[in-house]
Design a protein around this ligand. Structure first.
Ligand SMILES: Cc1ncc(COP(=O)(O)O)c(C=O)c1O
Length: 388
């Protein structure tokens, strides 16, 4: 049935499906027909969860820890995350400011409900992770998109942000490292943006879900710079727990009661077994596994980015974090959706068109995810060469 014939909320009408899901569906059809598809479309690590996590989950199941937890999450996990900030960032984050959520997605939903009112304007980049823009629209607010270029590392500067601010602007939501670009907001820039947001009295939200997956030395958390900022994070990517649906947010102290009320109403609690399992993420043996995996991602990233450059794709000089390379295909095509469709149908290589991440120059860009083995990346590149 046509969407128009259904009784839908007005906010629903503005929300688009992920194109990457359609790519995945088509890839599955090809596989069902016996073809070998190279998957470079998927935004999740190709490793299954590390064994200390699995063992902790088994133990939690055996102990019958299957009930709701407190809305903010189990205190041991909030304390472990607080220690994580102390260890990795030399930061003191009181556990009471940390809320465990069903994925970063749950955290984004909570923050949208807490911070965004109808007709507000929220500044964010184009390209960016599409859910943010969609969530803003679901709150009947206006995403105020800042187009960002490759030569500025796909991250905005204060002057640009200022130019896009309107009377109704109440917040700025950024991601570092960003999906789909794999680029970060460097420390000086982050300081400037945080200062500006504070002066303008805007809520500053930074999505830091790719933080463990960094390929540069200095990747600052906004919490090092501004205790008034909001952070979204996750166990999905660096910790390799996508399907467990577990993330967290950090809120300024005065927002604790509101975040608690919203967590109770939106999801009661994050999954209990997942929370107990995630405690194992902060053990030495799990950390060793995560670091090995990060190095493997770095190896793939270096190889893939060199090869793509040699083939004539334009890509950022440095992929600083996350799992992605956002590549300009204008040497080959002016229509990235068609480019991706043909590459999948004719050469069985799955990548994601830029249109999933925004509108700005989207037809010139595609996202490669290095979330598959080196052997498959090599095969994908061979097929790509043939296609070009
Ligand atoms: C930038 C960004 N934020 C949030 C999410 C949602 O992650 P989660 O699995 O923790 O809900 C994703 C998922 O890919 C993402 O790329």
């Amino acid at each position: 049935m046509n969407k128009k014939n259904l009784r839908l909320s007005t906010s629903m009408c503005n929300v688009n499906p992920f194109r990457v899901m359609m790519v995945m569906d088509r890839a599955a059809e090809l596989e069902a027909a016996g073809k070998k598809v190279v998957h470079m479309e998927v935004g999740e690590p190709d490793f299954s969860s590390a064994f200390p996590i699995i063992n902790a989950a088994k133990q939690a199941l055996e102990e019958g820890r299957t009930q709701y937890t407190s809305a903010s999450g189990i205190s041991e996990l909030r304390e472990s995350i607080s220690c994580h900030y102390a260890d990795k960032y030399r930061l003191k984050v009181d556990p009471s400011r940390i809320f465990i959520t069903p994925g970063a997605s749950g955290g984004l939903i909570l923050l949208a409900n807490m911070l965004v009112s109808p007709n507000d304007g929220i500044l964010t980049t184009d390209p960016a992770y599409p859910c943010v823009r969609n969530l803003i629209q679901m709150s009947s607010a206006e995403p105020q998109l800042i187009p960002v270029e490759m030569d500025q590392n796909f991250q905005p500067n204060v002057k640009q942000i200022q130019n896009h601010k309107r009377e109704n602007t109440t917040g700025i939501w950024l991601a570092s490292p960003n999906n789909p670009t794999g680029t970060i907001i460097e420390r000086d820039r982050l300081i400037e943006i945080a200062r500006w947001a504070r002066d303008e009295n805007l809520n500053f939200v930074v999505d830091e879900i790719y933080h463990g997956l960094k390929y540069v030395n200095d990747l600052p958390s906004v919490l090092e710079i501004d205790a008034r900022a909001f952070v979204v994070s996750s166990f999905s990517k660096y910790f390799g727990m996508t399907g467990w649906r577990l993330g967290w947010i950090v809120v300024p102290e005065e927002y604790i009661p509101m975040a608690n009320t919203l967590a109770q109403n939106l999801f009661i609690s994050a999954p209990s077994i997942a929370q107990h399992a995630a405690l194992a993420c902060f053990t030495a043996e799990a950390e060793e596994i995560f670091e090995e995996r990060r190095l493997e991602f770095a190896r793939r990233k270096n190889f893939l980015s060199n090869e793509l450059r040699n083939l004539g794709f334009k890509i950022p000089t440095s992929i600083q974090g996350a799992l992605y390379i956002y590549a300009d295909i204008s040497n080959f095509s002016q229509n990235s959706e068609l480019f991706c469709r043909d590459l999948l149908n004719q050469n069985q290589v799955a990548i994601t068109p830029g249109a999933d991440f925004g509108e700005y120059k989207a037809e010139k860009f595609v996202r490669f995810a290095f979330t598959t083995s080196m052997a498959d990346i090599e095969l994908g590149l061979e097929r790509l060469k043939m296609a070009l």
